[in-house]
Design a protein around this ligand. Structure first.
Ligand code: DX5
Ligand code: ZN
Length: 240
């Protein structure tokens, strides 16, 4: 199967940072987005929490639709039973759509459904289907889904909040998933999400992951533009 335009854009940018939008100052989201576009960021990360799969509730399709940007929309669904919900998120402009393997009995079917949907921003661009694994979820869950995904996200925190501490065992899980991907012979993007700071991003970038999600370490209420530039430059410098 030919590489999607979306995957080409990410491969060209990788390794890079996907910036957590929900931790931005939502009262001036427009200027926060413009700031990010100015820094050369490629991806905006939307944490969708439903208050069921994880205790917090954040945003939904109307919010994602309202965000007008040239950045790719990296939508991270932390919602229970996503089967009848994914089409709505694609319709409002998700370019990358990640579901959690822990959220339903029919993960394979959800991914198959996603595989039939067109990118609403640009039907030629294609859609990246991702699976996310919580820190406590065995990596074996990946194998049966390898034919239906273009991205794997390892959560380095238990989902629900920004600003949590990076769980150290994630670094070993990154290496093991890199081997799973290499053995599969497939072009699958590897992402790590949660607990990224100015102090640990260089070390995590050095593992060779393609995407690193960073939220509160960028939108710290002080210097988001300088933080974003620092993170982007540090990750780019780790390019193998
Ligand atoms: C955690 C979310 C992460 C989180 C990132 O449930 O999936 O995307 O918001 O925020 P930081 O970078 O502050 O850990
Ligand atoms: Zn996330």
């Amino acid at each position: 199967m030919a590489k999607s335009r979306c995957l080409e854009i990410i491969r060209a940018a990788a390794p890079t940072v996907s910036v957590g939008i929900v931790t931005a100052n939502l009262l001036s989201l427009g200027s926060e987005i413009t700031l990010l576009e100015r820094t050369g960021t490629t991806l905006a990360h939307f944490d969708v929490m439903d208050g069921c799969f994880c205790p917090m509730m954040t945003v939904g399709p109307p919010f994602i639709k309202a965000v007008k940007t040239s950045l790719l929309k990296d939508v991270h669904l932390m919602v229970a039973e996503p089967l009848n919900k994914v089409a709505e998120y694609v319709a409002v402009g998700a370019d990358l759509l990640t579901i959690h393997v822990e959220t339903c009995a029919h993960v394979h079917r959800v991914l198959q459904v996603l595989g039939t949907l067109k990118n609403a921003n640009d039907p030629e661009r294609g859609l990246l289907r991702g699976i996310a694994l919580n820190p406590g979820t065995p990596l074996g869950a990946i194998y049966p889904l390898l034919d239906e995904i273009e991205m794997i996200t390892l959560l380095a925190v238990n989902p629900g909040w920004g600003g949590q501490k990076y769980i150290a065992s994630t670094t070993d899980r990154i290496a093991r998933v890199q081997r799973i991907i290499a053995d599969s012979g497939k072009d699958i993007v590897l992402c790590v999400d949660g607990g990224i700071t100015r102090n640990n991003i260089a070390e995590i970038a050095a593992t060779g992951v393609d995407l690193i999600v960073a939220g509160s370490a960028i939108f710290d209420g002080k210097a988001p533009e300088a933080n974003a530039r620092f993170m982007l430059e540090t990750v780019a410098a780790a390019k193998k």
